[in-house]
Design a protein around this ligand. Sequence first.
Ligand SMILES: CSC[C@H]1O[C@H](OP(=O)(O)O)[C@H](O)[C@@H]1O
Ligand SMILES: Nc1ncnc2[nH]cnc12
Length: 295
Amino acid sequence: MAEWHIGVIGGSGLYQPGALDDAQEIPVGSAFGKPSGPVTTGRIAGVRFTFIARHGPGHALSPSYVNYRANIDALKRCGVTDILAISAIGSLAEEMEPGQFVAVDQLIDRTTGRERSFFGDGIVAHVPMADPICPRLSGYAIKAAKKTEATVHETGTYVAIEGPQFSTRAESLMYRSWGAHVIGMTAMPEARLAREAELPYALLGMVTDYDCWRDAVADVDVADILAVMQANADIARNTLQELASVLPKTRKASPIDTVLETAIVTPPEHWAAEATTRLDAVAGRLVKAVPQQGG
Ligand SMILES: CSC[C@H]1O[C@H](OP(=O)(O)O)[C@H](O)[C@@H]1O
Ligand SMILES: Nc1ncnc2[nH]cnc12
């Protein structure tokens, strides 16, 4: 029987997952460097959840310094089947108000200089990203969030900026003209890497501010963001509790679970041994299938 195991990536203001049965904090490693911190694993209503704080203990890592590859690789090593990211987001749309949730369904990547792939040095893969968010997991997250007191927008395009500075007014207006609804600094390359690791990924954003495009309110300020996030962290944690109750008892296979099968272009006889070792979790299913030469 296939079980759900939900990996949760907690963003700004969400540094703890809330009540988990048999909770254990476990230091985790990765073949891609140091994850943001230890994971906390436990169960809610029988469903396993494994949580990592994206910015690390004490929020010591800025968006550019988060090791996204190590975090996703570590979650994969823990056996998670799906990832729900929870993030603070700025609003670029009048109707998306501070304190509300947006279930992001599209992403625009404006980040620069972050490691954005597990592949490339020894084994090359090109995964499809047309729909970066898993509609199934997002649907369950929406259902769960609606069981709390929060207002939930079921779709929204998120523009990921490099940061750590917030946008200029001209940029903010430009992103609105592109059709983006919300803004943040972390969903990319996180979503790309989850896809490469064959992990369905959904993103629930908590609106914390109106960025700087809107004349009627003060420009975005980090203290205000954290205050909104802290005021709403319990709603995010309650959403996790509700998620456990809305998930079906068994997890049916998703097409994302096997996306690498048609994405790897390097034939196995050309795979470098170091690459297969590094990818033992991310692409373990496929890499393990290859008989290694010399024993
Ligand atoms: C603390 S304000 C800016 C910061 O908040 C968001 O982080 P996360 O996505 O991890 O919740 C945003 O992306 C920035 O990193
Ligand atoms: N306005 C904003 N810009 C970028 N990241 C954010 N995270 C929360 N609010 C944000």
